[in-house]
Design a protein around this ligand. Structure first.
Ligand code: RFL
Length: 388
């Protein structure tokens, strides 16, 4: 079994296969330092935590993760808070930085004797429609390599080799550009509020998400095509202060901005998630906008479903679960896509000042008001917000 990519999807899959006695190798393009320090997600759904616990992958998370259950919405009409752990399914998030989860997963895999090759880039998956697929690689010095297995799992993200190796027409790609971009920021500053903050302002959306007691992720809606370099630290903090309405609701803790990237809010979903002997999981299977923080959660869930199906096929000679892998994952993926789109529409004004934009803006305000006042709407929100 050859696994491409040592992100959450590839590493959960690798650990589960190793535990079940299925031989596998993980091929990772980046070096170990890069993989262990790449700051991205942080909010883990309760079901993600259950999956990790079920397989003994949650030790670090139990020690270092913090429960999180309140979000605060700020608008020109005021602010309100929802404690979603008391709504809907009654579950909190666990905040645990993705790079720490990845570090835990790869440390465990290597300690158990797992085979993980850093600085080994998959160039292409060959013969995926046969029972002997093989992966062409090149190492950091450009030396070529070749890896074979009964199956290949493409967990190498949106721009990885797995997607590139699909023959034209083998899968359908559903794509949506939501027309909104965020400046994704990581600040060396303690969180400024004890909640996820969603600020809706005439100047655009601003978001606040705790990562650790010392670091906070902020988002600022920006013009599509913006260069992060055009946002100085001073401009970032000024804009966050205005949009978060710090004058009314409390000052923000400032600190050095250590990461600044533009994230275009886009979705894509591949269908089906299998082509012969090649399976797709995580971002390789579908990209989801970070508006509802679902990407890493979907990656962990897909890895568990795929691992169990592979074990059934390879050890128990039962190919049934593997044939259902794509449909099972896609049901979760589309549900998450639907909620992420709902969040995008909640958090952003339609661009422009024409009749259509003004109409959409009034609908958006009504949506916010319903969320503020309707318990039924709040239960629905909580169900979807922490569900996966
Ligand atoms: P990853 O984590 O991208 O890992 C893929 C790995 O594959 C390697 N790779 C290759 N290796 C070999 N050969 C090749 N040709 C290769 N090409 C790539 C890469 O080096 C990498 O190590 O994918 P995976 O495992 O599918 O996991 C997906 C998640 O990382 C992603 O969905 C989340 O980070 C999305 N996301 C969030 N998700 C959440 O659930 N909660 C959040 O709070 C959250 N916040 C975020 C996010 C994504 C963000 N960005 C950067 C888009 C915040 C941000 C800013």
């Amino acid at each position: 079994m050859v696994i491409l990519g040592a992100g959450p999807a590839g590493l959960v899959l690798a650990n589960l296969l190793l535990d079940a006695g299925v031989g596998c190798v993980v091929l990772e393009r980046a070096d170990r330092e890069h993989v262990q320090t790449r700051a991205r997600a942080g909010f883990l759904a309760a079901n993600t935590v259950r999956v990790l616990e079920r397989h003994g992958l949650a030790d670090g998370l139990r020690r270092g993760g913090r429960e999180h259950s309140v979000c605060e919405f700020r608008t020109g009409d005021g602010r309100f808070r929802l404690d979603y752990s008391g709504l809907g399914r009654g579950e909190p998030h666990t905040v645990y930085p993705q790079q720490e989860l990845v570090t835990d997963l790869l440390t465990r895999f290597l300690a158990a004797g797992g085979d993980l090759r850093f600085a080994t880039e998959a160039v292409a998956v060959h013969d995926p429609d046969t029972t002997q697929p093989w992966v062409e690689t090149r190492d950091a010095d450009g030396r070529p390599g070749r890896w074979t297995g009964r199956y290949v799992a493409g967990c190498d993200g949106r721009h990885g080799a797995a997607r590139r190796s699909l023959p034209p027409g083998a899968v359908r790609i559903h794509r949506r550009d939501h027309g909104v971009s965020w400046l994704g920021l990581l600040a060396e500053a303690p969180p400024s509020l004890d909640a996820v903050g969603y600020a809706m302002h005439e100047r655009g959306f601003a978001g606040h998400m705790a990562r650790t007691p010392e670091t906070t992720r902020y988002y600022l809606q920006c013009e599509p095509g913006t260069s992060p370099a055009s946002w100085s630290e001073e401009r970032i903090w000024d804009e966050l202060t205005v949009r978060m309405r710090a004058a009314d609701y409390g000052a923000l803790h400032h600190g050095r901005i250590v990461q600044s990237t533009v994230v275009d809010l886009e979705s894509d979903v591949l269908e089906p998630l299998r082509h012969g002997s090649l399976f797709l999981a995580g971002d390789a299977a579908g990209l989801i906008s970070p508006s509802a923080a679902k990407g890493a959660n979907l990656a962990v869930l897909a890895a568990e479903i795929l691992a169990e199906a592979l074990v059934d096929d390879l050890r128990n000679a039962d190919p049934g679960p593997l044939s259902r892998y794509s449909a099972r994952c896609l049901a979760h993926i589309w549900r998450a896509q639907e909620f992420s789109l709902w969040m995008i529409r909640l958090l952003h004004r339609a661009p422009g000042q024409d009749d259509e934009a003004l109409f959409q803006e009034q609908l958006r305000r009504a949506r916010v008001e319903s969320l503020r006042t309707s318990r039924t709407h709040q239960d629905w929100f909580a169900d979807n917000y922490v569900g996966i």
